[in-house]
Ligand binder design. Structure first.
Ligand SMILES: NC(=O)c1ccc[n+]([C@@H]2O[C@H](COP(=O)([O-])OP(=O)(O)OC[C@H]3O[C@@H](n4cnc5c(N)ncnc54)[C@H](O)[C@@H]3O)[C@@H](O)[C@H]2O)c1
Length: 251
């Protein structure tokens, strides 16, 4: 139930004066992150888009490498000072560096994937949680993956990071459940984005045949689920991982 009048959108953030309405979306320059930022704006959030690929362009669009803890802390403080309390964050930034584990290079494949996909969300949550706990309100959505749930040949690094994110999210959900803070993961399957367009065409063809829905998902279809988890309607959902995969993997 919302605590005040809202915009009428099903995923609307409440307009209650106590409810912080600033949200951060990482990796928001394109693909799924860009779609999530748009969906959150439609729901009434004031969205700060951050991405390693941005050059600074004002308070709502900022350059940030989520792997750099000190930079994340500084940015969170700057956003709060300029825009007001942060109510939610979607840790969406992610990369792949695929290869079989017996040939995987620690420095160029293992470490960067763990750094962006797992340490990045840790950095952001670590920076924001003290303030969310003080205010007794927060929404955290972490971007996992179907491949973190089922494993994927050639993605030991990515599967480890995305599975680790699910464990981290459950722990932080438990630590903060009594303080009005929810933390959930979403686990997309095959979504049409630049990340999946980079897959070798023959491999991509085979992967597409595995989807019961008969097509890849769209960034907007992932964004709808993220917007729900960020909404007042999801206040009692925490520690969950929601799959978005056209029926490819069922829990
Ligand atoms: N596309 C899929 O099929 C799929 C499936 C499951 C999960 N995911 C996950 O969804 C998220 C978004 O995927 P996408 O397909 O839109 O990918 P994408 O490559 O199109 O976009 C990722 C964005 O993250 C940004 N980014 C990368 N490293 C960063 C860093 N260190 N700091 C800040 N930003 C950084 C990139 O610049 C880019 O804009 C990722 O976490 C990905 O692992 C994608």
């Amino acid at each position: 139930m919302t605590t005040g009048p809202d915009t009428g959108h099903p995923h609307a953030v409440s307009s209650s004066p106590q409810r912080p309405d600033v949200a951060i979306v990482t990796g928001a320059a394109r693909g799924i992150g860009a779609a999530i930022a748009e969906a959150l704006e439609t729901g009434g959030w004031r969205v700060v888009r951050v991405d390693i690929g941005f050059s600074d362009m004002g308070p709502l669009r900022r350059a940030l490498d989520v792997t750099r803890f000190d930079d994340v802390v500084a940015m969170v403080a700057a956003i709060e000072a300029e825009l007001g309390p942060i109510g939610g964050v979607v840790n969406n930034a992610g990369i792949t560096r695929d290869g079989f584990m017996h040939r995987m290079d620690p420095a160029t494949q293992w470490e960067p994937v763990i750094a962006v996909n797992l340490t990045g969300p840790f950095n952001m949550c670590r920076a924001i949680l003290p303030k969310m706990r003080e205010r007794q309100f927060g929404r955290i959505v972490n971007m996992s993956s179907m491949n973190g749930l089922k494993g994927q040949a050639g993605q030991a690094n990515y599967a480890a990071a995305k599975a680790g994110l699910i464990g981290m999210t459950k722990a932080l959900a438990l630590e903060n459940a009594s303080l009005g803070i929810t933390a959930n993961c979403i686990a997309p399957g095959f979504i049409d984005s630049e990340m999946t367009r980079a897959i070798r065409p023959d491999v991509r063809e085979v992967e597409l045949t595995k989807i019961p829905a008969g097509r890849p998902g769209t960034p907007a279809e992932v964004a709808g689920v993220a917007a729900f988890l960020m909404s007042d309607g999801a206040a009692f959902v925490t520690g969950e991982t929601l799959s978005i995969n056209g029926g490819q993997l069922m829990g």
